[in-house]
Design a protein around this ligand. Structure first.
Ligand SMILES: Cc1cc2nc3c(=O)[nH]c(=O)nc-3n(C[C@H](O)[C@H](O)[C@H](O)COP(=O)(O)OP(=O)(O)OC[C@H]3O[C@@H](n4cnc5c(N)ncnc54)[C@H](O)[C@@H]3O)c2cc1C
Length: 448
């Protein structure tokens, strides 16, 4: 199978060192597949999407399911994201969405997004997962005075058109409840929303899945899928699985060649995170950093940040464009500068963690949920970096689709349904993305 980025980012058997790994002392140590087995359904990918699809197939439809994960369970983005339960899983403005799909489908898309956020909240409660929930809303911060009108308009549309609870704060008001700094010119909040420790979340989901007798194989990468006597035969390094239906839940870690009809449609994008050392009260007060809710700003290449429960600052952005370990280090240095430019009084605070992972974009700019024509292969991917709320919900929707084998039965906005278009000259998609990054960097320089 072919990789889009440097092989360093696909070291499935190497745990990714992160703040979460150091703060979630749990190793579930599940078995690896070393023989030939059979199952009605096989789920490829052990992140939020795959796990919730498998759990719902077992709990609601009593089906026989195997889940395979190339690394340790949750190894992909689900164990290393920033933990923002935010909205919506799309890179398309609501105005563009309305112009392409109409008002009703756009409303339904936002309604489904809110359902996703609430579903994440519900499973934390129902599965009794202690994942360090903090905050009770999301904030969007205007990084430049020009952007305050834009966020006021966004807050109005969320409230009036999508019935999402919002509140607008002037620069001075947000300084009292959120934070200060050089790039804070007012903000709005929306609910639902909160922040979690994503690794504790994925481990908690896995423990629930195991209690429901889901068969999970870690360190078991599917290398090839063949058709054989009316079923699928999935080959792994040390074994195989024969199955009637396949769910592909590999999101940004999809490797070209696994399912030819999915090739050339996903654009994996690297997202990088840095985490500072613990800050004391004086240091936090220097920028009035009060809130524990997740924050994103209005840059085109947005910054996202939050205060962690132990008073460190987590800061993330899109960026590292090659995937090598060296480019991750280089990116973390650049990000340290971005962070200190917006919070200059923290200029001598060290960075103690840096890591990255892959999110999935596509030409659709919204997630994709569906079934491949004339095959029993199902997919759910493309959350645009908003998978904490969208991926578990997608897993649940996928389970209904796998059960009924008919996407017409799925009562969700049609904006989610179906595969995105293939990129023209798919090999060039990272190059196209680099051009887009260049373009958005220029727009951000001029605050357009
Ligand atoms: C740095 C970073 C920060 C993020 N921050 C946020 C955030 O704050 N809020 C938010 O909502 N979203 C965030 N995201 C996005 C979010 O983490 C993802 O959208 C979500 O985790 C996707 O879940 P998933 O289960 O679909 O995919 P993943 O969790 O990526 O799981 C896919 C799995 O498939 C496995 N796999 C791939 N190929 C094979 C194969 N051939 N055989 C077997 N297994 C295979 C991989 O090993 C991987 O574990 C972030 C992502 C990153 C990388």
């Amino acid at each position: 199978m072919k990789n889009i980025y440097h092989s360093d980012i696909y070291k499935f058997n190497t745990p990714v060192k992160s703040y979460w790994e150091d703060n979630s002392q749990e190793n579930l140590n599940l078995e690896k597949l070393t023989k030939d087995v059979k199952s009605e359904i096989v789920v490829i990918g052990g992140g939020y999407t795959g796990l919730l699809c498998a759990i719902n197939l077992i709990e609601n439809h009593n089906l026989d399911v195997i889940l395979v994960e190339a690394g340790k369970i949750g190894w992909g983005a689900s164990s290393r994201n920033a933990g923002f339960n935010c909205l919506p899983p799309s890179k398309m403005s609501f105005k563009k969405m309305q112009s392409i799909y109409g008002n009703d489908e756009t409303k339904k898309f936002y309604k489904n997004s809110v359902e996703g956020s609430n579903y994440t909240k519900d499973i934390i409660k129902e599965y009794n997962i202690d994942c360090d929930v903090t905050g009770n809303s999301n904030y969007v911060v205007a990084h430049h005075p020009n952007k305050f009108e834009q966020i006021k308009e966004q807050a109005r549309a969320y409230k009036d058109e999508f019935e999402i609870e919002t509140e607008v704060y002037s620069k001075e008001e947000f300084n009292q409840i959120g934070h200060g700094g050089t790039e804070q010119y007012g903000a709005f909040s929306y609910k639902p929303g909160f922040a979690i420790n994503p690794l504790k979340f994925v481990n908690g989901i896995t423990k629930h899945a195991l209690s429901k007798k889901l068969k999970i194989f870690e360190h078991t990468k599917v290398d090839q899928i063949n058709k054989d006597n009316g079923s699928y035969l999935l080959k792994t390094k040390e074994g195989s699985i024969r199955s009637k239906k396949i769910v592909v839940a590999t999101n940004g870690f999809y490797q070209e060649g696994l399912v030819p009809k999915m090739d050339g449609r996903v654009l994996p994008v690297i997202s990088n995170i840095i985490v500072t050392r613990k800050l004391n009260d004086d240091e936090l007060n220097a920028h009035n950093f009060k809130t524990f809710s997740p924050i994103a700003n209005t840059k085109n290449l947005l910054y996202y940040y939050r205060k962690l429960p132990d008073n460190r600052i987590l800061f993330g952005t899109r960026g590292d464009l090659s995937g090598s370990d060296q480019s991750n280090l280089d990116m973390s240095k650049k990000m340290e500068k971005f962070l200190k430019d917006i919070f200059p009084k923290w200029s001598n605070i060290n960075i103690e963690y840096n890591w990255r992972g892959l999110i999935a974009l596509s030409q659709k700019l919204t997630p994709s949920i569906g079934k491949i024509d004339n095959e029993e292969i199902y997919y759910g991917f493309g959350y645009n970096g908003v998978g904490v709320s969208a991926a578990p919900w997608t897993g649940k929707q996928l389970s209904k689709l796998v059960f009924s084998s008919n996407s017409k039965d799925l009562d969700i906005s049609k904006i989610y349904k179906g595969l995105p278009k293939k990129f023209i000259f798919p090999k060039l998609r990272v190059f196209y993305f680099r051009l887009a990054v260049l373009f958005y960097n220029i727009k951000d320089k001029f605050n357009i």
